[in-house]
Design a protein around this ligand. Structure first.
Ligand code: UDP
Ligand code: MG
Length: 330
């Protein structure tokens, strides 16, 4: 039996064999220093390198503190965090990347902010260490997002070192959404969020799992998950075309009455076509508004599949008690 922890650290891992040893050393070092009971939940998100084996070793080194969730494939960073969220036992839940770009030594700062009464602690990266193009993409992306989704108040959405209270985490885990953006989801439930600056380092080893295509897909998750803005733009364009072509049609009708028909009425036909096209686009936009909402509701696929969990049972009979996992942990 394991004493219930106070702090839960949740880390997604995808092909991070080069950094896991250092992560273990620095993270446990920083947490031991804090002197509060903690657990570290690492989700192996379908790694194809030695990460899976290394995570098992880490669990066996500190079976009471290190829990490992093994996915049967690659479901993405946010789902890997969600799987951790479904199992946390602590009161303060902190997410971070495995690659040590967010220094574990900053965790104390987040814990202090949580203890000051905040329920979500967001972070922004001070002196960010990333490639030039990555910084530009990030900068524009943050600007557009702030414009499209003014309710999501965060300076820097890319920094995953964040802290959430247990009730916010339970809420997030219960949503069942399969494409989500955790920091944005947390903010929709937060009542007392805050932001603190944290240090940022270059990836200590290994390579980023994100290429340009994946980054774009992530942004679609963020935008469609938290805004119907793209659908509304479509509606607005349709509306605009309808209005312009209405003016055009009126003009051509008057012209026809006063000046007479233009060459074989071709332009009258065009005007009518544009008018109808505008209405069709407008109608499609309205339908899209509904379909988009329905789509979000009805996709009830399992959002990830856990192959097995390496962990010790919790002190009190907890809701997340998993007999299979106990057998595995031996
Ligand atoms: N990650 C994951 N699944 C993925 C991609 C990434 O679990 O499909 C993890 C990865 O191991 C790391 C974190 O998510 O802990 C952030 O990934 P990465 O460092 O590659 O992204 P970047 O820092 O370049 O945004
Ligand atoms: Mg990284």
């Amino acid at each position: 039996m394991v004493q219930n922890p106070y702090i839960s650290i949740v880390i997604p891992v995808h092909n991070e064999q080069e950094v896991l040893e250092e992560l273990y050393a620095r993270l446990t070092g920083a947490l031991d220093k804090l002197g509060k009971p903690y657990e570290i939940i690492l989700t192996n998100d379908g790694s194809t390198d030695q990460s899976g084996q290394m995570l098992r070793d880490l669990h066996h080194r500190r079976p009471d503190q290190i829990r490992v969730i093994e996915f049967n494939g690659n479901y993405g960073q946010h789902m890997a965090i969600m799987a951790g969220f479904e199992r946390v036992r602590g009161q303060i839940v902190i997410t971070m990347d495995a690659d040590l770009q967010n220094p574990p030594e900053e965790i104390g700062k987040l814990v202090a902010a949580m203890e000051a009464g905040h329920d979500v602690v967001n972070t922004y990266r001070e002196n960010r260490q990333d490639s030039w193009w990555r910084l530009q993409v990030s900068k524009w992306h943050n600007k557009i997002r702030a414009w499209m989704m003014p309710k999501l108040k965060m300076q820097d959405e890319g920094c995953m070192l964040r802290a959430y209270s247990r009730n916010i985490v339970d809420l997030m885990a219960s949503t069942g959404e399969s494409s989500t953006f955790i920091p944005a989801l947390a903010l929709t439930y937060a009542s007392r969020p805050t932001e603190v600056g944290v240090a940022h380092a270059e990836r200590s080893a290994g390579t980023s799992s994100y290429n340009f295509y994946k980054l774009i897909r992530y942004n679609f998750d963020l935008v469609t998950g938290f805004s119907v803005f793209p659908l509304q733009v479509f509606t607005m364009i349709g509306l605009l075309i309808s209005m312009c072509s209405f003016i055009f049609v009126t003009f051509l009708m008057l012209r026809r009455l006063i000046v007479g028909p233009e060459v074989e009425g071709v332009f009258t036909l065009f005007a009518i076509m544009f008018f109808l096209l505008g209405i069709v686009l407008f109608g499609l936009g309205v339908v899209g508004e509904y379909v988009g909402r329905i789509y979000q509701e009805v996709r009830k696929r399992p959002r990830f599949v856990v192959r097995h969990v390496l962990e010790r049972p919790a002190a009190a009979p907890a809701a997340d008690f998993n007999p299979a996992a106990v057998a595995e942990a031996g």
